[in-house]
Design a protein around this ligand. Structure first.
Ligand code: PLP
Length: 401
């Protein structure tokens, strides 16, 4: 067996299962889960129709192996979206690549760029999307966790990473908008990271799968957009990861793309050819249409905005929580700071599931920066989220008054 497998941590939902073992959720109330970050708004009908039509259309049906690099139409769709969304001029031949959702790509990318013979370090935010850590460990690298700072709207404290660590860093994961914090990284922070990347030669993987769900007037800054603004239009050592899952409510479609540094993407395409991760032809065809349409994305964003506008004030009466920059999570501080106890008792008394923040972070420097917070995914319909919020208010008033 690969000994590195033994270094993987239990996934947060496995830890949640263990935490809830022996708890009887209040049977008088129907269960409501704010635990899993899975989009639940309906898939736009035109995407489903495109998928079924593609099955009947020669060229996009199931009769041929798809190219790993995607059809020209798909690559043009990525480049067109990057142009419209970020004003970027991207070469569809060399600077984009389809992926089967950003999760597999974030994992596979580490396997492509890490040289395990040089004591590699992978730097990631803390708390963080758990794939970064597993990708680093299985690539033979040591993860380094940079804490997010509640005093600065949960900005990641990259300055806390020692120079000796940067010197060994081969890959840095950025997550903006962040999961679970929703924080968007501003241009000045990008400038600092690009300087560090130039000095130490590491690659930046920019996870941007929540980029289209935001609550401020301005759309979140993308990593490649930041690079272009700073005169780095070759996107050197930078690859961004983008997905239809949240943008278009198609988590089951498994469709996303990566874009950026052409040299890195060439190596990634080689890796993916051997790994066998081409996108199914009907998925490619439906994705072309999905990336080409913004009306459904505007509507989706409006649904989240209405929902967050209703739910957040209810919860902020009793929890330390406010509207995030973006994403679909509330990242709330709980009374007395016991996130696991809060989650367990909330399930027992009010049949609502939330995810303890400490499960999404690692202890570093003697503290777990997720401790004392819970993540609530507002993915269900507004009425259900509101009911959960009202139950949480009662729970806090009853237990922590
Ligand atoms: C931060 C982050 N990145 C990437 C993903 C993966 O999404 P997908 O593989 O559906 O694109 C998720 C999914 O929840 C996520 O939260």
């Amino acid at each position: 067996m690969n000994p590195l497998l033994a270094r993987l941590q239990p996934y947060p939902f496995e830890r949640l299962r263990q935490l809830f073992a022996g708890v009887t959720p209040n049977p008088a109330l129907r269960p409501i889960s704010l635990g899993i970050g899975e989009p639940k708004h309906p898939t736009p009908p035109f995407i489903k129709q495109a998928l079924s039509q593609a099955l009947e259309t020669p060229g996009s049906d199931l009769t041929a192996y798809p190219p790993t690099t995607g059809t020209p139409a798909l690559r043009e769709a990525f480049a067109g979206w990057l142009r419209r969304r970020y004003g970027l001029a991207v070469d569809a031949d060399s600077q984009v690549l389809p992926v089967n959702g950003s999760r597999e790509a974030l994992f596979a990318f580490a396997q492509t760029v890490i040289d395990p013979t040089r004591q590699p370090v992978v730097v990631c935010p803390n708390p963080f999307y758990q794939i970064y850590e597993g990708a680093a460990l299985l690539a033979g690298a040591q993860p380094w966790y940079a804490p997010s700072d509640p005093a600065r709207n949960f900005a990641v404290d990259w300055a806390s990473v020692p120079d000796a660590v940067w010197a060994r860093t081969q890959l840095l994961y950025v997550c903006s908008p962040g999961n679970p914090t929703g924080a968007v990284m501003p241009l000045d922070e990008w400038r600092k990271l690009f300087e560090l990347s130039d000095r130490h030669g590491f690659v930046i993987a920019s996870d941007e799968c929540y980029s289209e769900i935001y609550f401020r007037d301005e759309a979140p800054l993308g990593g490649m957009e930041a690079a272009a603004r700073l005169g780095r239009s070759d996107f050197r050592r930078l690859v961004s990861f983008t997905s239809l899952s949240k943008r278009s409510n198609v988590p089951g479609l498994r469709s996303g793309f990566v874009a950026g540094d052409a040299q890195l993407l060439k190596a990634f395409a080689l890796y993916r050819t051997y790994h066998g991760s081409a996108m199914a032809p009907p998925v490619q065809a439906a994705s072309v249409l999905a990336w080409g349409d913004e009306a459904h994305v505007v509507d989706n964003r409006a649904q989240y905005r209405r929902k967050f506008a209703e739910v957040t004030p209810v919860l902020s009466d009793v929890l330390d929580v406010r509207l995030p920059d973006a994403g679909f999570y509330l990242w709330a501080g709980v009374p007395r700071g016991d996130d696991t106890g809060f989650a367990r008792e909330l399930l027992a008394q009010y049949n609502v599931t939330v995810l303890p923040g400490s499960f999404l972070a690692r202890e570093s420097g003697g503290r777990n920066p997720g401790a004392g917070r819970v993540r609530m995914a507002l993915v269900a319909e507004t009425a259900e989220c509101l009911e959960a919020a009202q139950r949480i208010v009662q729970f806090v008033q009853k237990n922590f008054a």
